[in-house]
Design a protein. Structure first.
Length: 294
């Protein structure tokens, strides 16, 4: 166990925690429960000059709940290139800007990376203001290993690109955390179950809200649970346990290819076996050509 150390806490209004210092503040906001806002976040939102919000209407409701009146500008993926220069000029002049997304921690599958990078490049300060995150909430509540994990964001919406992305994740021997849209959940789970096998998995839905749900099982089990049903409601985070490191023999490869070639094309069979075994694709492809009947 790591040696315990003093966390070195400081008062909200001390040192770099002050909301009066010039710079860019990355403020985490609730992912569902409005009470999941930190005292420091409220101080910062009340103290900055302007709030750059992914959706000003959503942020306005949060501010109204806590009696904060503040100037806001929209900053999202569609206007970031146009809005960023004005924010950088404000920061260069000693301004105080807060960046918030619709929910959770900014930059995590939300716009903001380029603004932070250019703020750092310009020599202005960046202050993270930690708080709610669906990624970490799902991870710690899933009951799967947390010592090492990979956040992979959203899988592609197109089936071929999605399967290629899953194939790239197949050889990573650690817990995986992904986000998914309700309308694509069934298709994504089916592909994950097909390509990753019976790994333990959790579908975390509506985190911190009234109908919070953790659906647990193996990937095939949770895929079957959501197959054919109407798309579930709410925000969804997937947590998938690590696969076991198994070195497949040539006989294993051949057997897997023979089984796959009986159902799918050579290309699809190679993709499946490559993802399942961790062998190099060119090696699997060469054995598939030797096994496929003329």
């Amino acid at each position: 166990m790591p040696e315990e150390t003093d966390p070195g806490w400081v008062d909200t209004n001390a040192g770099t925690a002050r909301s009066t210092d010039p710079g860019l503040y990355l403020v985490a906001t609730p992912i569902g429960n409005l009470r999941d806002i930190t005292l420091r976040a409220l101080d910062v939102l009340a103290g900055v000059d302007v709030i750059a919000a992914e959706d000003t209407r959503i942020t306005a409701r949060l501010l109204a709940r806590y009696g904060i009146s503040k100037a806001m500008v929209a900053y999202h993926e569609h206007n970031a290139a146009r809005a960023r220069p004005a924010l950088l000029r404000r920061l260069a002049g000693g301004g105080r800007v807060a960046l918030v997304s619709d929910a959770g921690t900014p930059l995590i599958s939300d716009p903001g990376y380029r603004l932070v990078a250019e703020t750092v490049e310009a020599g202005a300060k960046v202050f993270p203001v930690p708080g709610a995150s669906s990624v970490l909430a799902a991870l710690v509540g899933a009951g799967l290993p947390t010592d090492r994990f990979l956040f992979a964001g959203f899988l592609p919406s197109k089936p071929g690109q999605r399967r290629s992305a899953i194939q790239a994740l197949a050889g990573i021997e650690t817990t995986l955390v992904l986000l998914e849209a309700p309308s694509r959940l069934a298709a994504s789970l089916a592909d994950l179950a097909d390509m990753l096998g019976p790994r333990p998995a959790v579908v975390a839905r509506e985190l911190t809200k009234l109908h919070e749900e953790f659906a647990r099982g193996t990937l095939p089990e949770v895929a079957a649970r959501y197959a054919g049903d109407a798309a579930p409601k709410g925000e969804i985070t997937l947590v998938i346990g690590p696969g076991e490191a198994v070195v497949a023999s040539e006989a294993d490869i051949d057997a897997a290819l023979v089984a796959a070639l009986a159902d799918v094309s050579l290309r699809e069979a190679v993709e499946r076996v490559t993802a399942a075994t961790g062998w190099k694709r060119r090696q699997v492809y060469a054995r598939a050509l030797a096994l496929k009947p003329e």
